[in-house]
Ligand binder design. Structure first.
Ligand code: FE2
Ligand code: FE2
Length: 176
């Protein structure tokens, strides 16, 4: 059995991941309404990734015979001052999640629950990538905020679509 405190905190993290999903859908909808389809597509895809993170955590708890809570989430921010704001918010969110993930790994280690600590390793690596992606994107949207087509071209070029399955990713509950 995983450590009880770790289980409680991982269940809370499932809520944070679902909240991130909702927030990225809200960002995508904003860009769709602004007719910036490449930015919209990027955030719709990010949203799915957040849901996947939640479902990986759900699967871990199921496999470990631990209680799974499916937490409710607070409403996301849906109104934005300009096209930079959703990306700035996304970067803040990713930085916050990185701290949460590191905190989970630390809690598992402190409890001597090395299996759970090991489970968190993939998420630590994933957060490094997500923070890097969002800080790059923030630089691009800040630089080109008066020329959104430049941003759209960047997104089409640098983030053309699905990166495909990561074979090292933990299994997601409900995935084929
Ligand atoms: Fe996530
Ligand atoms: Fe993320």
């Amino acid at each position: 059995m995983p450590d009880a405190t770790f289980v409680t905190r991982l269940n809370e993290q499932i809520g944070h991941e679902f909240a991130a999903h909702q927030q990225y859908v809200a960002c995508a909808v904003y860009y769709d309404a602004e007719t910036l389809p490449q930015l919209a597509r990027f955030f719709y895809r990010q949203a799915i990734e957040e849901r996947d993170h939640a479902m990986m955590m759900v699967q871990y708890l199921i496999d470990a015979d631990a209680d799974v809570v499916v937490p409710g989430v607070a409403a996301p921010q849906t109104a934005f001052g300009d096209i930079v704001a959703p990306v700035a918010l996304a970067l803040d969110q990713e930085k916050r999640v990185s701290e949460q993930i590191n905190g989970l790994a630390a809690a598992a280690r402190e409890a001597g629950d090395y299996t759970s600590e090991q489970f968190m390793q993939w998420f630590i690596k994933e957060q490094v990538e997500e923070v890097a992606t969002m800080s790059d994107l923030l630089r691009v949207v800040e630089r080109s905020k008066d020329d959104p087509m430049e941003i759209e071209n960047f997104m089409a070029r640098e983030h053309p679509g699905d990166e495909g399955e990561d074979p090292t990713a933990p299994h997601r509950a409900g995935a084929e």
